[in-house]
Design a protein around this ligand. Structure first.
Ligand code: ATP
Length: 237
């Protein structure tokens, strides 16, 4: 299987006051194959968001090698950008806009044909709620609207930071169905979470990170069988 994401030896240190330093990502490796729904699992503060931001060119890494679709990033970021949809910050939507209008504006801003709006609303299961104001959406519906916005440009890779954060079990199941349908449509997904149960439900592959380093990686059942005794993994709901 060809790799969509390759990260080798990624390092990122943040510098604070009084010459303090914090190594957020400490020689991290990641390999994500085409068509995988790949979970990026680690406790709060383990460097997941920083890694995703580095991969997207939003933060500058100190060292390491990153490739998307076989192209070195950030050098080739502009070339691969159209193939990647990402949500790494919780998007703020206008409550008095409908879901349809929200996506229409994002499509116009992104130079995407507006006929995509109904397609992505259908893809995330919101077509029948597209004319409702976003203020009436549940958290799960807002998260799916965010995924819809990332799908507008028909990306081959979707990168999502904690897409199931705060969702109730029904919302997580809807997100699971969405991830599966995206994978069936050939989209590769990388999503982060600090909750083991979410990764088990949503993903087929997983990479576990702790203190900015890869601890394990592979098919979910295989990897988690060896890591079910990590205190932080069993403690979270
Ligand atoms: P969470 O699940 O809480 O988002 P995470 O695994 O995504 O955690 P990061 O957000 O990547 O972790 O943070 C890793 C470490 O880097 C944390 O200790 C965080 O405080 C620190 N950090 C992240 N961004 C910055 C920044 N801009 N300046 C300074 N320190 C930062």
């Amino acid at each position: 299987m060809s790799a969509v994401i390759e990260i080798e030896g990624l390092r990122k240190t943040f510098h604070g006051p009084y010459r303090s330093r914090h190594v957020a990502v400490d020689g991290f490796d990641l390999l994500v194959g085409r068509g995988e729904v790949h979970g990026f699992l680690g406790p709060n503060g383990s460097g997941k968001t920083t890694t995703l931001r580095a991969l997207l060119g939003l933060v500058r890494a100190d060292s390491g090698r990153m490739r998307l679709f076989g192209e070195d990033v950030p050098r080739a970021q502009a070339r691969v950008a159209a193939r990647v949809g990402a949500i790494v910050e919780t998007p703020q939507f206008f409550g008095n806009f409908t879901g349809h209008r929200t996506l229409r504006l994002l499509a116009l801003a992104g130079g995407v044909p507006t006929r995509r709006v109904d397609e992505v609303l259908a893809q995330v299961g919101l077509l029948d709620r597209g004319e409702d104001d976003v203020r009436g959406y549940s958290l799960g519906m807002r998260q799916r609207l965010a995924v819809a916005s990332a799908l507008l440009k028909e990306p081959e890779l979707l990168i999502l930071d904690e897409p199931a954060n705060g969702l109730d079990p029904a919302g997580i199941r809807e997100m699971r169905d969405l991830m599966r349908s995206l994978a069936d449509a050939g989209v590769t997904v990388l999503l982060s979470s600090h909750i083991l149960g979410e990764i088990q439900l949503l993903c087929d592959h997983v990479t576990i990170v702790s203190a900015g380093r890869r601890v394990a990686s592979g098919p979910v059942a295989e990897v988690l069988a060896g890591h079910d005794r990590h205190e932080w993994l069993v403690r979270v709901p």
